[in-house]
Design a protein around this ligand. Structure first.
Ligand code: PMP
Length: 296
């Protein structure tokens, strides 16, 4: 599903066959989770195949690497160009692009001198599907921002996401919603979270969440539409008086939520602010001329 015999991937500046791309079993990322990555999407639209917010994603990758003391020797533009080349070589248009910066051989608890980059791409549908989601509040909290850099997209942080998702699915829910260390609502395992109350949208402030690029995009769209968005800490008690809710993320786009722990949001999704933002987001990714520099 992620690659075939013909798939080509980018490794350390070169395009190689995915089936031949390897990494040492002694590399630090496997043992300790010290690696950083991104999740990016490209769309086929009237302007050609376009990578949505490519620069923003590679800038976040660079900042994540910096936070984890990993060498990052590429320019953002080189990586954007390599990603377009990757799409071309694999005949991909609507695709998911996965860059990972991983360490070299190193069993110490110190950063590696060696740093590698992999970029792969594959076709991937909307990660959380197209149906409204039944969500549960997870018993797993988001990682404590005093014990790691939660604003960095670090491979090891995703152990928390895997645990929360697995636990939610075991109890029959579609997705988990995680609280922060103080018990406020934070985000999903791979998405940011918004809820609507009396025509105002609320989302957690930065601190215990990933600064989502989709979150920022949706907030920009809301501003253009003169919709009010407030970044504030809120509890599940406040959430259970909300009118509607949704997740945002590159892989999931804008995903509407039907219920949380049995609390059914009273506003029909079609009439919610989330739906307006979902439509506008779709319009932007499918028809927007958002990359001026590189066009296939
Ligand atoms: N939070 C977490 C924990 C994530 O993994 C993601 C996906 N990268 C997001 C939020 C959404 O971020 P973005 O909109 O940049 O994809």
């Amino acid at each position: 599903m992620y690659f075939s015999d013909k798939t080509v991937v980018f490794v350390n500046g070169k395009f190689v066959q995915a089936k031949d791309a390897t990494a040492s079993l002694y590399n630090q990322t496997i043992h300790y989770g010290n690696g950083v990555f991104e999740g990016i999407r490209s769309y086929s639209n009237p302007f050609g195949t376009r990578i949505f917010k490519a620069k923003e994603h590679y800038e976040r990758l660079r900042e994540s690497a910096k936070k984890m003391h990993m060498k990052f020797d590429y320019s953002v533009q080189d990586l954007v160009d390599a990603s377009y080349e990757l799409l071309k070589k694999n005949n991909l248009t609507d695709a998911y692009i996965r860059p990972v910066v991983y360490s070299g051989i190193n069993m110490k608890l110190l950063p590696s001198n060696e740093s590698n980059i992999f970029i792969g791409g594959w076709k991937w549908g909307r990660y959380l599907g197209n149906k409204l989601l039944n969500v549960t509040v997870s018993p797993y909290e988001r990682p404590n921002p005093h014990s790691c850099h939660v604003e960095a997209k670090v491979t090891g942080h995703y152990v928390n996401s895997i645990l929360a998702t697995t636990e939610a699915r075991k109890r029959g829910f579609d997705e988990a919603l995680l609280l922060d260390l103080n018990g406020y609502v934070a985000e999903g395992p791979g998405t940011n979270f918004f809820y609507e109350k009396n025509k105002v949208l609320y989302t957690a402030p930065l601190g215990s969440i990933l600064a989502g690029i989709t979150r920022a995009t949706v907030m920009e769209i809301a501003k253009d539409l003169h919709l009010e968005v407030k970044e504030k800490f809120f509890t599940t008690d406040e959430l259970f008086e909300g009118d509607s809710a949704f997740f945002t993320g590159t892989a999931s786009e804008v995903a509407g939520i039907a219920s949380i722990d049995g609390y059914k949001f009273p506003l029909a999704w079609e009439n919610s602010l989330g739906n307006i933002l979902a439509q506008k987001y779709k319009q932007l990714i499918k028809t927007g001329d958002y990359t001026h520099s590189t066009i296939i």
